[in-house]
Design a protein around this ligand. Structure first.
Ligand code: GCO
Ligand code: MN
Ligand code: MN
Length: 389
């Protein structure tokens, strides 16, 4: 029997080429690791037990590659996938690295840049579809401003909508089995990025021509950068039928974009997130969008990748233990107790119910005086996580 902490294909653990392939450059320092080729990364991911590998167009094919070079690179990559059994569940476009996108792609003030961004995305969609991707992510890293003198924020929304509508039609026209997942981030690399949180994205999606094709790709770090409760955003996306993908990593609140190993910083939040994903039966990829500390060599990169998956699986086991813990469950039963007395007043509106409710008497002082036992429940959770239960 393999350990319950050994990653298996059904766990759907994926990494981007850019994650384990991160060479440790930062705004103040040069790379600390030698680049790995896409083929080497596929083999590394297979060795650590990942299920799939995701990519930006230019993680695989350099932006200036000739068609012949592109075909050779893609063939070698496919060969590595075939040798290892890894799949490509998600693909995306790099619309942020090249200086042409310094003022955005779909929201650029230059219509030629907007057209080029659409062309680049259609080609990248072709590549992703050819590799079998069924989720296509949009992260608009440059879709923002340093100064609001530069762009009209309403126009930015219109331009983004026009691009998304165009690309949905492109996918339908090509007959691809592909859905879009929009990824929000409040800032970095732009001072302020449009559609700053998952909640913004959900509101924006409802305004598209094909909202059914478009969901979200929430990322732990991005919502933490915005000071938000990630679980709540994920739950809202899930409830709306929009949790198409998820980027797992970790991040201290109020810091720069840290992209730490999953669970490295906020263990309790990571626990409730894993518990949620497992309890509701989220069936998509568990994608780790993070990278190893800059202190690491290639062995450390494997430690990083193994750590992401192992922590997830340990938390999954803890979630099952939480659900099965008699004391925790007894407390939950007590918390959710219902004497039925409010039932006539709750539910859908009707005139009689509203009249009855207005006339009813509540002993609100007694209700207010009731202790809710959340301290005990939380302490039991902590003790379970700390391994003493
Ligand atoms: C970041 C983002 C990216 C995106 C990736 C896929 O902060 O850099 O999270 O890693 O997820 O570009 O769209
Ligand atoms: Mn990120
Ligand atoms: Mn991400």
């Amino acid at each position: 029997m393999p350990s319950p902490y050994t990653p298996q294909p059904h766990h759907r653990f994926t990494f981007g080429l850019w994650t384990v392939g991160n060479i440790g450059r930062d705004p103040f320092g040069e790379p600390v690791r030698a680049p790995l080729s896409p083929v080497q990364i596929v083999h590394l991911l297979a060795e650590v037990g990942a299920y799939g590998v995701n990519l930006h167009d230019n993680d695989l094919v350099p932006i200036d590659a000739t068609p012949g070079q592109r075909d050779r690179i893609v063939a070698a990559f496919r060969q590595a996938l075939a040798e290892t059994g890894l799949v490509v569940p998600m693909a995306t476009t790099n619309l942020f690295s090249h200086p042409v996108f310094k003022d955005g792609a779909f929201t650029s003030n230059d219509p030629r840049v907007r057209a080029f961004a659409l062309q680049k995305t259609m080609r990248a969609i072709d590549l992703g579809a050819a590799l079998g991707a069924q989720i296509y992510v949009f992260w608009g890293g440059r879709e923002g401003v340093e100064t609001d003198a530069a762009k009209d924020p309403v126009l930015a929304i219109h331009r983004t909508r026009e691009a998304m509508n165009f690309l949905c039609e492109y996918v339908l026209d090509q007959g691809y089995d592909l859905r879009f997942a929009l990824e929000a981030k409040p800032n970095e690399p732009r001072a302020d990025i449009y559609n700053a949180t998952t909640g913004h994205m959900l509101a924006f999606i409802a305004t598209l021509d094909h909202p059914e094709m478009v969901g979200v790709n929430p990322e732990v770090a991005h919502e933490h950068m915005a000071g938000l409760n990630f679980l709540h955003n994920v739950a809202q996306a899930w409830e709306a039928g929009k949790l198409f993908h998820i980027d797992l990593n970790d991040q201290a609140f109020g810091r720069y974009d840290q992209d730490f190993r999953f669970g490295a910083v906020n263990l309790k939040a990571a626990f409730f997130l894993v518990k949620f994903l497992e309890d509701v039966g989220y069936a998509g990829s568990r994608h780790f969008d993070a990278h190893a500390y800059r202190s690491e060599d290639e062995a450390g990169v494997k430690d990083f990748a193994r750590g992401c998956m192992r922590t997830y699986l340990i938390l999954k086991e803890k979630a099952a233990a939480w659900n099965a813990d008699p004391e925790i469950q007894a407390l939950l039963a007590e918390i959710h107790q219902d004497d039925g007395s409010a039932a006539p007043f709750l539910g859908a509106y009707n005139r009689a119910r509203a009249d009855d409710l207005k006339a009813a008497t509540f002993d609100y002082q007694a209700l207010a005086a009731r202790g809710l036992r959340y301290e005990r429940l939380d302490q039991l959770t902590i003790e379970l996580l700390l391994g003493v239960r």
